[in-house]
Design a protein around this ligand. Structure first.
Ligand code: PLZ
Length: 444
């Protein structure tokens, strides 16, 4: 058992937040870390376990973000810590493309076993979500021999030069970093709250756009988040994703499911796309795959993955042994603790509590999401006008009560909930009570 397992799973606020020690470190940071690296909540964390982080001032804060969907099985999970610790003393690096090791192969086997597309599947391991997207696009271009990359409005795919050109939002991700990468086509998405379209109607609109603006025969891939993450946990209308996938299949365009935020069990299936009845050609994983260590997977149909020449894929740290050991432990924990069922339980209990909240507060236009990936969209009552300001005030008030929340959405007017799959019903009650008080106080 590791030393931090004693952290009580409840909020405990002992100073104002950020406290004096956090503020002191923050002042030091201003001198040496560029302003471009922004921290949403400048509270410096010292340790964490399960669903609670402890800051340098001793505040216990309930973490409903998990580092944006990374600590899906909880912070410092005992099995992950044990596996990573053991690996640290064995070997930390050889470079898989120099002299390989078994754990990389094991992670690839596990991803192949869970691959939601038509098998057999093969996997390339990298370090980050953006690298997963970069390599997914490379591999799709190589296989198809086509240049075009289609994405959806409200998408987020990363901060590298290619991926920042794929994001919906220019600011802050792409602004001033141009020239932007070409051959990227941003098509309308399905956003039921705002477009009022059925899945079939929204798909027809997306497809018409792609056919006219890109031309199907120029497209290598369509990269889709099954639930749009940074975009505000937008969950498409029924039938939308299957219609897009069918169009892709008919036109030789690869369907890439970016599961960096939605994957690894968070929605109640290993991959979110499974719940939409779509078989992707490639799935991208990162964030939750290694319990907090950096690792990313690009998993696809073998013939697609094998289109690249030897030496065309890789990178120094991709599939690091410590990260791979942690990832194997994550897969085992998901199975051992039946965390897919836990995700569905959280959807029910947290979802019901949020719907209760929405019934009480007119500024909540919608509760949406799947599994442990839930959100509320906040508007000016009686309209669909974004209320970014109220969203911020509610989040700020909640953190003062020891509940760490994060916004999302192109206008920042969505509060997203990414609890760990170990999040208890008691914690859900606590979070929703804090939200209720915050909405009441801030709406007055
Ligand atoms: N694809 C769907 O959600 C990362 C961004 C955090 P990286 N989202 C969180 C931040 O502010 O930088 C993400 C994602 C989807 C790709 C990525 C990129 O993953 O590991 O951050 O590169």
């Amino acid at each position: 058992m590791n030393a931090v397992t004693t952290i009580a799973q409840e909020p405990l606020v002992v100073t104002e937040i950020p406290g004096p020690k956090s503020r002191e470190i923050h002042a030091r940071r201003q001198a040496v870390v560029p302003v471009g690296v922004h921290s949403v909540v400048p509270v410096y964390i010292e340790r964490a376990h399960g669903s609670v982080v402890v800051d340098v001032d001793g505040n216990h804060i309930v973490d409903v973000c998990g580092g944006i969907g990374v600590t899906t099985i909880g912070h410092t999970d005992d099995a992950v810590v044990a596996a990573a610790t053991e690996q640290l003393s064995q070997v930390t690096h050889t470079l898989f493309t120099m002299t390989p090791y078994e754990s990389y192969v094991r992670v690839a086997e596990l991803l192949a076993q869970h691959f939601p597309g038509e098998g057999p599947a093969k996997t390339l391991l990298m370090n980050s979500g953006a690298e997963a997207v970069e390599n997914g696009v490379k591999i799709a271009r190589k296989f198809t021999g086509r240049p075009g990359v289609a994405v959806l409005e409200h998408a987020y795919h990363g901060r590298t030069l290619l991926t920042s050109s794929m994001n919906h939002k220019a600011a802050p991700y792409a602004l001033g970093y141009g020239p932007r990468v070409g051959n990227i086509y941003k098509a309308p998405n399905s956003y039921p709250l705002r477009d009022g379209l059925s899945g079939a109607e929204a798909a027809a609109r997306t497809i018409e756009y792609l056919e006219k603006m890109a031309g199907a025969e120029d497209l290598a891939c369509l990269v889709v988040e099954p639930v749009q993450g940074e975009g505000g946990f937008i969950t498409s209308a029924e039938g939308y994703l299957p219609a897009l996938a069918a169009w892709c299949r008919d036109n030789g365009v690869l369907f890439i499911s970016d599961e960096v935020q939605a994957g690894m069990g968070r929605t109640g299936t290993m991959f979110a796309i499974e719940q939409f009845g779509v078989q992707p050609d490639i799935v991208l994983t990162a964030k939750g795959i290694a319990g907090g260590l950096p690792l990313a997977g690009i998993t696809g149909r073998a013939e697609i993955m094998d289109a690249s020449q030897p030496g065309g894929l890789g990178g120094t740290f991709g599939g690091n042994p410590v990260s791979c050991a942690a990832a194997v432990a994550v897969f085992e924990q998901i199975e051992r603790d039946d965390l897919l069922a836990r995700a569905k339980h959280i959807e029910q209990v947290f979802g019901d509590a949020l719907r209760g909240l929405a019934a009480k507060h007119e500024s909540i236009a919608e509760v949406r999401g799947i599994g442990a990936m839930l959100a509320i969209e906040i508007v000016k009552p009686g309209t669909l006008e974004h209320d970014t300001d109220l969203t911020q005030r509610v989040i700020s008030r909640a953190v003062q009560q020891g509940v760490l929340l994060l916004n999302a959405g192109v206008s920042g007017n969505v509060i997203r909930f990414l609890p760990s799959l170990q999040f208890t019903d008691e914690l859900i009650t606590t979070v929703v009570r804090v939200l209720d008080d915050a909405f009441t106080a801030e709406s007055a």
